[in-house]
Design a protein around this ligand. Structure first.
Ligand code: ZN
Length: 245
């Protein structure tokens, strides 16, 4: 009898063309707190005041008064085993794209090349006037920080009330539509548009493998009830065994 890991590994090797959809659960293992949950940042600071696009346009110092949470603290977080396993799967020619709801930039930091950050990335900061790009945490001091040209800097993340980047969304939809397998990792996939992607994949014939502590997607073909940092390296290991034969 094949174990669940062996089954999933054979599936991935057979189908390839895999897209991974990741969420807060994978970042949690790097110690990154989720802002929305109990005890999170948004319980202390009203996001409609501190992180809404309307307020940012009027008074960017509100948002930037939390810069230590967003910028300084973020730089100490490192990718974990799950991020590296997805990078390995990309190197093996199995995962062709990682779509993430996370803004921490850890997939890119781990070395994944084809990453779609549908909510943007906190590591990328740009000038709202001249467009010059800065990489966090290397930005000028100040609340708010200004570019040399005098423009206010803004993180390349989606603030409340701001539209999602259309190019990233389109790419995420296309990838989901044409993949043969989808790995759902550490995401409850209840927030749109990410929530629609597993259904899109499934409707177009992809097999869904969910790796979560609690089952969130009722239509998965395989469910691995485990932490991503434990499950994904095991899958990589099983694939290496298959490749040896
Ligand atoms: Zn500028």
């Amino acid at each position: 009898m094949e174990s669940l890991y062996e089954e999933v590994a054979s599936l991935l090797v057979k189908q390839k063309q895999c897209v991974a959809l990741t969420g807060a659960g994978i970042s949690l293992e790097s110690g990154i707190p989720t802002f929305r949950e109990k005890g999170g940042l948004w319980e202390k600071y009203d996001p409609m005041v501190y992180a809404s696009i309307d307020v940012f346009r009027k008074d960017p110092s509100k948002y930037w008064s939390l810069r230590d949470y967003f910028i300084k603290d973020y730089d100490k977080y490192q990718p974990n085993k799950a991020h590296y396993a997805l990078k390995d799967l990309e190197d093996m020619g199995i995962v062709r794209c990682v779509i993430t709801q996370n803004i921490d930039g850890l997939h890119k930091k781990a070395g994944s090349k084809n990453v779609v950050e549908i909510h943007g990335s906190i590591r990328e900061i740009y000038c709202t006037k001249c467009g010059k790009e800065y990489e966090a945490p290397h930005i000028p001091d100040g609340i708010p920080p200004y570019c040399l040209c005098g423009g206010v800097l803004k993180p390349n993340t989606i603030l409340f009330g701001e539209e999602l980047p259309q190019d990233a969304l389109l790419k995420a939809r296309n990838e989901s539509m044409s993949c043969k397998t989808m790995l759902l990792v550490g995401t409850s996939a209840i927030v749109y548009p990410a929530a629609s992607l597993p259904n899109t994949a499934k409707q177009n014939g992809a097999k869904i493998v969910e790796i979560n502590i609690e089952e969130a997607f009722s239509d998965a073909d395989y469910f691995i009830k485990e932490k991503a940092g434990t499950a994904l390296p095991k899958i990589v290991e099983e694939i290496r065994i298959i490749d040896k034969h």
